[in-house]
Design a protein around this ligand. Sequence first.
Ligand SMILES: *Cc1c(COP(=O)(O)O)cnc(C)c1O
Length: 227
Amino acid sequence: MSFLTAAYEKIHKELTEKHVSLVAVSKTKTAGEIMEAYNAGIRDFGENYVQELVEKYEALPKDIRWHFIGHLQSNKVKYIAPFAHLVHGIDSEKLLAEVNKQGAKLNRRISCLLQVHISAEETKFGLNEAELDMLLSRISKDPDQWKYAEVKGLMGMASFTEDNDLIKEEFNSLKKIYDRYNNPLSTPHYPLSVLSMGMSADYRFAIEAGSNMVRIGSLLFGSRIRK
Ligand SMILES: *Cc1c(COP(=O)(O)O)cnc(C)c1O
């Protein structure tokens, strides 16, 4: 059994028991490596560069669900709008509006996650809680105007640190925000079903905190050579 198949079987069992979905992060991996994962049963793949994603979409089986997990520039939305299954990294109203516009042109509803800034690091993108409140209030007041960019949930990344308590705290803070929008008594009340948090190094903490979608690369494919 190959490294990938063995790794997938192990993680698949673990995630299935906890009702957590897997996005296999295939950035920098070749079409051949992705096909190996596909043949092992994986259908959800995540990429973080638009051009790489488009090339792989064109070359690989059409029943793959492609997740865009990187930082998306507004002027590139049009390239992934025809096929993206879920766009994880929406971090501004402007970007969401562009997804909505491109979706409208294609008459295709595009599922999105809003990225929330939960880490102590400056470098990670995302909305803070006040910005999130503002955006979700605006959408919930005028859902028709936003119908081609469907906000399904939230995405977040914890700090890159050895401090496990900090990681847990950050994931817990995102779960709390997610629960608040799902609470009918809160304003804005905005029902969400996807909470995307957790990567190879920290997915167990993320699941413990309530994640229902993890994005896992190196644990499946082996470590990446930095580009
Ligand atoms: C690369 C990446 C991952 C996966 O990272 P691994 O440590 O290889 O599991 C998850 N999420 C995002 C946003 C990424 O860019």
